[in-house]
Design a protein around this ligand. Sequence first.
Ligand SMILES: [Ca+2]
Ligand SMILES: [Ca+2]
Ligand SMILES: [Ca+2]
Length: 330
Amino acid sequence: MKVLRLNVLSALALLSILSSSTIAYGAVLFRDDFEGTGNVSGNLWDLPQFPVPTPGPGEPNPTFLGRTQLKLHERPAIVDGVAQLELNTFNPRNSNLGPGEVPSFFGSEIISTQTFSRGNGLAVEARTRINTPDSLGISTQRGLVAAMFLFDSTEVSSNQFLFNEIDFEFLTNDINNVEAGEAPRVLTNVFADDPPGRGDPAFINVNNLDLTEFNTFRIEWLPDEVRWLVNGNLIRTEAAFTGDLDVNIPETPLNLHLNFWAPAADFADAFDNSLQPAFSLAADQSFFYEIDFVQVEQLQTTSVPELGASFGVILGVGLIGLWKIHRQID
Ligand SMILES: [Ca+2]
Ligand SMILES: [Ca+2]
Ligand SMILES: [Ca+2]
């Protein structure tokens, strides 16, 4: 009997090793290659919507970021297979400001009409570049932010919001850092039922990254971790197992956003005083955040046996062994 028990245990151990192999596969839930001509699809993308009723003084207006009014009616153009999110230094309101109204930029945001639940895991991937030569055409205009993020906000009481959000943010200030011999970097952030504002941000240096060329950025949103990848390389993990004492992993369904805007001075890393609103169409300058494609995958991490030939042979040998032992005992 001892021999039999050992063989059964080893067979079970072998089975458990084989069956603990995990595979992750992605079912594509959403993809836009921005092919064709015209403007980004209204079926796939919403524009920001001005709050109703109109916010009073000091009340939040999610369509105004930093110094930028997001365009509420102009869909980004598709040019040569790329969605062009445009920021203009001239907001038409600037030529006819009301009392107390400050001049602003005119920026862009697109928001997936589809809402995505995390489930066992969700991955968002986009290939993007920043196309923002300065007025002399010799360098990159400072003071702009391009972002790709998953987002939802919940109003917990009157005008009090909690954010769930996972971000990549690309600062044109950091493109100029590279010219100054400093490391290229991206800004990552994550909010899990957190108030608007800081979140849990981290600038991550990425060697040889050129944000003016196309790069692939990926967010993996898993039950126990959030991962940020640049061109396939993992650059940040938000998870308890790293020893992080402030772990933020959103639980609620989120929408995918891409936007392009000019921050105010309170976002010191991203602000630049050389970028100022224009007061006439003739003085307008235009900058672009270009999206080649964006896709969302549902990730399934499942424990399955590897049903390869070797597994079949090992299983067969094990069963024959058990049968022989069984016969000996009989
Ligand atoms: Ca938090
Ligand atoms: Ca953290
Ligand atoms: Ca494309």
